[in-house]
Design a protein around this ligand. Structure first.
Ligand code: LLP
Length: 403
């Protein structure tokens, strides 16, 4: 049975904690993680939750309790992971464009590190030589992902060391006797096509002979999740099967065992999350009415930033007559959540429920227009728990220095 929260439960959470509010469902996260585990049971695969998607400490603790590892994109995320109780062996820091001091800090915490530039690789070699195992993030020159903003592997991308600079990498490895245990490639987010991951696997396949101490091949994150009811995500069972075959082929060819690593963010938390807003105003606008809600791109930036589609439902009036609406926020510039979409009749005060709000929703929120960040609620074993307070006025002034 897929894990979903009932509309009644969501309405009662909105009534109790107010709106706008993010609601997360722990059992849905568990279900997603179990899907990964069963899809990859033919290979020795480790999953590192890309926590940039959602870092609430209770979500991190829940994910840790499942036995999942964690991928971090800043030293602060590493520290949050430590705080949530992840063991250092289970924390991965995949850096990009960072100061070497952050890498030193990560090393002092004993976590796994992937390095993404020649200059940091050189500094790493000069300081640690062979003493600290490390992974290298490569840029494969593959265009993939849902849109350009979330594509990271193409030939103009800032991410990773361009694959054509492999000679330079190899000479640094030799010069400093670097202890290279992993190769990493993340080509983007929302990759539906399994063959993209297989292209990455082919690249790794050819590179293996250069790195005698290699243990893991990290294919990044980026599994696509369905946003529309009829939409399909990445075929994770197929991917699991293909990865199993690649790992076996590597073993047959090189007589060595390799682990596959993945860093899924959206796959683990997108569908566990709901965002509930309330309609402040209705404006008649010809055939299509505008429903203005008590939120905006300050709380959910994905529609405006990526043209992302979020399914939205009027949960206060599910049997109302169907009509066309444009749903907008209350920010002082255009912030459209949905254009010309059919909803059951919307009245002022109705609750609109946004789906797929777990990943990169609250996490990318801001206080633009001096609005408060929403509350966050976690439903676990049928019980709702407040896990993030709505801002209060003092929060807006907290770090300001009044002269
Ligand atoms: N690993 C690395 C190195 C990454 O840069 C990312 C995401 C992931 C893993 C996880 O990707 P996921 O499985 O979540 O697709 N804010 C955008 C997505 C940006 C993703 C950035 N990097 C959005 O809301 O669509």
């Amino acid at each position: 049975m897929p894990e979903i929260l009932s509309k009644d439960q969501l309405i009662s959470i909105a009534n109790e904690y107010g709106t706008p509010v993010y609601v997360y469902h722990a059992e849905k996260i568990t279900e997603q993680y179990h899907k990964l585990q069963s899809a990859f049971n033919q290979s020795n695969t480790r999953f590192f939750y890309a926590c940039k998607a959602l870092t609430n400490i209770n979500i991190l603790k829940h994910i840790r309790s499942l036995g999942c590892n964690i991928d971090c994109s800043s030293i602060n995320e590493v520290k949050l992971a430590v705080h949530a109780g992840f063991e250092k062996e289970n924390i991965l820091y995949t850096s990009n464009g960072i100061a070497f001091s952050e890498i030193e800090e990560a090393v002092s915490l004993g976590v796994n590190v992937n390095i993404d530039s020649l200059s940091n690789l050189e500094k790493f070699g000069a300081k640690y030589g062979h003493s600290y195992p490390v992974g290298i993030r490569l840029r494969p020159n593959i265009m993939a992902g849902g849109n350009l903003k979330i594509s990271t592997g193409h030939e103009k991308s800032k991410f990773g060391i361009p694959i054509e600079q492999m000679d330079r990498i190899l000479s640094l490895v030799e010069q400093y006797q670097l202890h290279i245990v992993g190769l990493h490639i993340h080509t983007g987010s929302e990759i539906k096509d399994v063959s993209v991951f297989m292209k990455v696997a082919d690249i790794f396949f050819d590179l293996v002979p250069h790195f005698p101490e290699l243990q893991f091949l990290d294919l990044g994150g980026g599994f696509k999740v369905p946003y529309k009811e009829e939409e399909a995500g990445t075929d994770v069972p197929l991917l699991g099967q293909k990865v199993g075959e690649v790992i076996q082929k590597l073993k047959d060819t090189y007589q060595r065992d390799f682990q596959a690593w993945f860093e899924p963010g959206k796959f683990i938390v997108s569908e566990c999350g709901y965002f509930i807003t309330q309609v402040n105003v209705l404006k008649q606008n010809g055939q299509i009415s505008i429903a203005g809600v008590n939120s905006g791109f300050n709380h959910l930036i994905r529609p405006m930033f990526y043209d992302a589609y979020h399914r939205i439902e009027n949960i206060s009036n599910p049997s109302g007559t169907k009509q066309l609406y444009t749903v907008t926020g209350n920010i002082c510039e255009t912030d459209t959540f949905a254009s010309d979409r059919e909803f059951s009749e919307i009245r002022e005060g109705d609750l609109l429920l946004f789906y797929n709000a777990g990943a990169y929703g609250f996490e990318m929120g801001s206080n633009y227009n001096s609005r408060f960040k929403p509350a966050q609620v976690l439903v676990s074993k049928g019980q709702a728990h407040l896990i993030g307070k709505r801002d209060v006025f003092e929060d807006l002034l907290r770090n300001q220095i009044e002269l």
